[in-house]
Design a binder for this molecule. Structure first.
Ligand code: ATP
Length: 230
């Protein structure tokens, strides 16, 4: 069955969520109070509607309560975001994901019982800082309890070793989720290097210089692994 999602607030963040969901085959209802924002996206999503999401009748008219999830991506208008979120709770929407611009807003949403809260500015800020601090880090997903999932270039000292030789789990307390590897492939008649996932890594999998490791672990363990094996 197709997933049905609504995105309320089509600033850069909401628009990007709506487009990505729609590109992946989901049925998306995109909502904004600003008609221009709705016009700009209407050809790329299933439904695009201009309405004020603090108006419960307008929300009900779109059957918002039947969505699998609703993302409230309103930014500066925190009052609007709060009212919208309360109405969605009242309408017993199955899954509500709300945006918080700062710690105070996050706390208010948490007190209201919202379990999924996004702070795009903070997340991107942290990612950029991590990538600057650790040039080997390609991407970074912060998780609770100081855990993170990172993509890193294979450190030079572990190139040509197997995963069991490196002792990722035993020595560093890290889990290798998978590896991104370059393969020579013919694309439209031309030989090109194309990136693939090796699948679930095995103890005897060798790491190549150009491999990108995707690792789960505590932040301090990831940093230690990168530093020690530079
Ligand atoms: P971004 O950082 O995602 O670009 P932003 O910081 O510009 O967002 P806003 O412009 O405040 O954030 O909010 C995002 C969108 O939410 C805007 O397009 C705005 O029109 C819409 N919006 C604000 N209030 C409401 C409301 N009550 N109902 C529907 N949409 C709303």
């Amino acid at each position: 069955m197709t997933n049905r999602f609504a995105v309320i607030g089509l600033g850069q963040f909401g628009e990007s969520i709506a487009r990505t969901l729609s590109d992946s085959g989901a049925e998306v209802l995109a909502i904004d109070i600003d008609l221009d924002k709705v016009e700009a996206i209407k050809d790329d999503v299933a439904y695009a509607v201009a309405l004020d999401s603090t108006d419960v009748k307008a929300l009900k008219a779109q059957n918002i309560q039947d969505m699998d999830a609703v993302v409230v991506a309103i930014g500066e208008n925190f009052e609007g975001l709060l009212l919208t979120t309360v109405l969605l709770l009242e309408l017993e929407v199955e899954r509500i994901i709300a945006r918080a611009a700062n710690a105070q807003q996050r706390m208010i949403l948490e007190k209201m019982g919202i379990e999924e809260i996004l702070s795009p500015e903070e997340t991107v800020g942290k990612t950029v800082a991590e990538m600057l601090l650790h040039p080997n880090m390609k991407s970074f997903l912060p998780l609770p309890d100081d855990y993170e999932i990172v993509e890193i270039n294979t450190p030079s000292r572990v190139v040509d070793q197997t995963i069991s030789e490196i002792g990722l789990r035993e020595k560093y307390n890290l889990n290798l989720i998978t590896v991104k590897r370059l393969y020579d492939e013919k694309v439209e008649g031309q030989l090109q290097q194309v990136e693939h996932i090796i699948g679930v890594p095995r103890a005897d999998t060798f790491l190549k210089e150009t491999d990108i490791m995707i690792i789960l672990g505590k932040s301090k363990d990831v940093n230690k692994f990168i530093e020690v094996n530079k």
